[in-house]
Design a binder for this molecule. Structure first.
Ligand code: PDD
Length: 287
C-alpha cells in the first residue's frame, strides 16, 4: 500500500509531501506536535493527546487549524489510507507560511501535517535485557511542558545515547535531578517499592503515557510519589523504567555504567508494562 500524508488540506503521496520553505516550522521551529499510539487498530488516549495539543497551541498563541472533530476525521482517514493498525500517527501544527520575520505574522493560517506509520513491537532482546540509558546535562529551555517541534537538545541527547549503544538519554538538571529522557518520561522504583516520577511542571513534558500509568498505579494500589529524584538516587534504585507513546513502559537496567538493581528488568516494571498493555487493549478508541 503506497504511503500517503495529509499536508495542509490534501492527501498526497508520502514521497511528494512537502511544505513551503517559509513555513515557520522550518525556519523557526515555530510549532507543536503530537504522537498518538495505534494499538490493534485503536487510538490510545486520543482525547488526552488532543487536549495537550490544544494546550501547546494555546501557550504559543497558534490557532487550531481546524476543529477538533475535523482533526479526528483527518487522523482516521490518514490511518485508513495507509492501512496502519499498530504504530503511530504524527500530527504537526506550525504557525504557517510567512516572510521570515521573528514576530508573529498577521493573517497567516496555521499549517497541519499528519503522517502515520506501522511500527514493529520491541525486540525480544530489548525486553529481556532492558534498556540502557546514558545521562546528559539538561540544556533545554524553561517550557518543556510545551510539545514544541524545537527539539535540538533532545536530538543531541538521543545521539549521545546512540553513540554509547544506549536506547535513551536521561537529562539531568543543574541540581543533579533527572528531568526526563530525550523522548520519554523517567521513573524509578525505590528499595521499599514506591514508584517515583518527577512532578509535572515546566521542566518536563507531561507524558500521556505517564498520566495513564499514574491512574493505573493508583488503581492497582501501588504507592506513587510524584517528586524529583536525583541521579544518585536513580543509581541505587531497585528498578527503573521509561514511558512514552512508542516505548509504553520499558525497563531500564543500566544507567551509564551502573546496573539498576540486579541488572535485570524489574518485577514491578514488568507488572506495570502488562497493566499498560491491558489498558491499551481495552481502552483504545477503535478508528
Ligand atoms: N515523545 N518527554 C519527552 C521529551 C517526549 O518527547 C515524550 C514523547 C515524552 C512522553 O510523552 P507521551 O507519553 O505523551 O508519548 C516525554 C514522542 C513519542 C516523540 O517525540 O516521538
Amino acid at each position: 500500500m503506497p504511503r500517503e500524508a495529509f499536508v495542509n488540506g490534501r492527501y498526497v503521496p508520502h514521497a511528494q509531501a512537502a511544505v513551503h520553505i517559509e513555513d515557520r516550522g522550518y525556519q523557526f521551529a515555530d510549532g507543536i506536535y503530537e504522537v498518538v499510539t495505534l494499538h490493534n487498530g485503536a487510538l490510545i488516549d486520543e482525547e488526552l493527546h488532543l487536549d495537550r495539543l490544544e494546550r501547546s497551541l494555546g501557550e504559543l498563541r497558534i490557532a487550531m487549524p481546524m476543529s477538533r472533530a475535523a482533526m479526528k476525521l483527518v487522523a482516521r482517514e490518514t490511518i485508513r489510507r495507509n492501512g496502519v493498525s499498530n504504530g503511530i500517527i504524527y500530527m504537526q501544527i506550525t504557525r504557517g507560511v510567512a516572510p521570515r520575520d521573528h514576530k508573529f505574522p498577521h493573517k497567516t493560517c496555521p499549517a497541519l501535517v499528519m503522517t502515520t506509520r506501522q511500527m514493529k513491537p520491541h525486540s525480544a532482546k530489548l525486553l529481556a535485557e532492558g534498556a540502557k540509558v546514558v545521562t546528559v546535562p539538561d540544556i533545554r529551555w524553561s517550557r518543556c511542558d510545551i510539545k514544541s517541534i524545537s527539539l535540538l537538545p533532545n536530538v543531541l541527547a538521543k545521539q549521545a545515547a546512540a553513540e554509547e549503544g544506549a536506547y535513551e538519554a536521561w537529562q539531568v538538571d543543574a541540581d543533579g535531578f533527572v528531568t526526563e529522557g530525550s523522548s520519554t518520561n523517567a521513573w524509578i522504583v525505590t528499595g521499599d517499592g514506591k514508584v517515583v516520577t518527577r512532578a509535572a511542571g515546566h521542566e518536563i513534558l507531561n507524558g500521556i503515557t505517564r498520566i495513564s500509568l499514574i491512574k493505573l498505579i493508583e488503581s492497582q494500589g501501588y504507592t506513587l510519589e510524584e517528586r524529583s529524584f536525583s541521579l544518585d538516587e536513580a543509581r541505587v534504585a531497585k528498578e527503573a523504567f521509561i514511558t512514552s507513546s512508542t516505548s509504553f513502559v520499558l525497563p531500564v537496567t543500566q544507567i551509564d555504567d551502573t546496573p539498576v538493581g540486579n541488572g535485570h528488568p524489574g518485577i514491578l516494571t514488568g507488572k506495570l508494562r502488562r497493566h499498560y498493555f491491558d489498558f491499551m487493549t481495552s481502552a483504545g478508541d477503535p478508528i
